[in-house]
Design a protein around this ligand. Structure first.
Ligand SMILES: [Ca+2]
Ligand SMILES: [Ca+2]
Ligand SMILES: [Ca+2]
Length: 447
């Protein structure tokens, strides 16, 4: 059943009042989640760092007394005549045309933002332009209204599906999920509305379907799986007065309220606003030149440890019955890795857009610390990409570099890339006769 919501007509009063530039910049760390790559494989984004810039905007509150099933009187319709949104849109487009990235969806702009009080979970249909198909996302913009006067950290979770189906209640009515990840917002903010642009290129989100269904959830930050309580003092921001300028969205959204937010979006929860547009304020940009290359090491050198069996060929493919197995060398400084393999490859570009590693490794003992590092040719230093503990069960890992060193630093003037895989035993009591097995080690470089 579709309900009609009264979206405050007072939006008009602020439609022309541009918010003062009041930017907050920082970095958000992914608490959990994954993104499905163009090859259909889910890859973890946990621990990845996303730079962001946030700005204050004005957003008007709906009268919550009119919500949820009550029929409301028809408010005065919005009169957009005479408001020059097009000028602002054209200026923004001209600015972005000069950049290497392209908008494929834009429901952000103007100043007619709004929110429903106590709405920490909603979903909107997002039709991106065909330009965005198969291209890695660079920036994602969204908004939140912070209602409490006291700040505490919260978790923002995004879930993106490509198919809307009708499942029996109370199941979610969306399938074919391409991304589900969250970040912890820990920058103290005052009560008010914020539009936030985050840089997500490290996550290498790629949509192969132009019809997306994208949910935003605000939850308790103590559950790092994104399953915490919904935060009633945070609300999704809508762009209520100007239509979607790039891509499209039907004038409706999925209001996750029945009987309370549960993170399942049902077609019985579709809602509209009376006199205002029901589009969540999202913007998506992609890198149009992006394409992914798998890079196999041309050289693999065991710089610490001795080879028991195999060679670099064993690291090309996982689960191929071919591996590189090394034994530890304890003639190293105390606490230093006892197994180190240095790999060299050739990059398809001097200016990578994203660098990811695919590995499958194990040890013959438990509690072995493993690091992946990349050589920074500019600063002549190894830079850590990922650290984890491995053991006797092989683990496949697909990890992108999400740090702050410019990716071009990792490519030499002759297009070489160097990476290092280290093994260090964390237990001092173990027998010294053990082995480290590398079944796969390669890069995926996006350009
Ligand atoms: Ca629901
Ligand atoms: Ca919509
Ligand atoms: Ca192998």
């Amino acid at each position: 059943m579709r309900r009609t919501l009264l979206f405050c007509a007072a939006l008009l009063a602020t439609a022309c009042a541009y918010a003062a530039p009041n930017e907050i910049r920082g970095t958000l760390t992914a608490s959990h989640g994954w993104v499905k790559g163009p090859d259909g494989v889910k890859r973890s984004v946990k621990g990845m760092k996303f730079p962001y810039v946030a700005r204050r905007v004005e957003a008007k509150k709906l009268d919550s007394l009119t919500l949820r099933g009550q029929e409301v009187g028809k408010p005065a319709s919005l009169d957009l005549n005479g408001l020059d949104f097009q000028g602002a849109i054209d200026a923004q487009r001209a600015k972005e045309a000069a950049e290497a990235e392209v908008e494929v969806y834009n429901a952000v702009g103007g100043d007619g933002y709004g929110y429903i009080e106590g709405n920490p979970s909603s979903l909107d249909d997002v039709a991106i332009t065909s330009t965005g198909l198969g291209k890695p996302w660079t920036k994602l913009t969204f908004g939140f209204q912070y209602e409490s006067s006291v700040f505490s950290n919260f978790l923002i979770r995004w879930r993106i599906w490509t198919t809307n189906i009708d499942n029996p209640a109370p199941q979610n009515d969306f399938s074919n999920e391409i991304a589900d990840f969250g970040v912890i917002w820990n920058q103290s903010v005052a009560t008010g509305a914020y539009i936030v642009e985050i840089q997500v290129n490290q996550a290498a989100v790629v949509a192969n379907d132009n019809q997306l269904y994208m949910a935003t959830q605000f939850r308790d930050a103590s559950n790092l799986q994104g399953e915490g309580q919904f935060r009633g003092d945070l609300s999704v921001i809508f762009n209520a007065t100007i239509p979607v300028t790039v891509g499209s969205s039907i004038d409706q959204f999925w209001y996750d309220w029945d009987p309370q937010p549960d993170g399942a979006y049902e077609n019985s929860e579709i809602d509209v606003f009376e006199g205002s547009l029901a589009n969540i304020a999202y913007k998506i940009k992609v890198e149009t030149t992006g394409s992914a290359f798998t890079i196999y090491p041309t050289i693999g050198t065991v710089t610490t440890g001795t080879i028991q069996s195999g060679d670099v060929i064993g690291t090309f493919f996982p689960l191929d019955g071919s591996t590189l197995v090394i034994k530890p060398d304890y003639r190293v400084a105390r606490g230093a890795p006892v197994g180190v393999i240095d790999f060299t490859g050739v990059s398809p570009t001097k200016t990578p857009f994203a660098i990811r590693f695919n590995t499958r490794t194990l040890a013959s003992i438990a509690n072995v610390e493993q690091k992946i590092q990349m050589w920074d040719y500019v600063n002549s230093a190894w830079v850590n990409v990922h650290t984890r503990t491995i053991g006797q069960t092989a683990v496949e890992l697909s990890e992108s570099y999400g740090g702050t060193v410019p990716l071009a630093n990792f490519v030499s003037s002759s297009n070489l890339v160097r990476a290092r895989l280290t093994y260090r035993n964390l237990s001092s009591q173990i027998p010294r006769a053990w082995t480290m097995t590398t079944d796969q080690f390669n890069w995926v470089i996006l350009r």
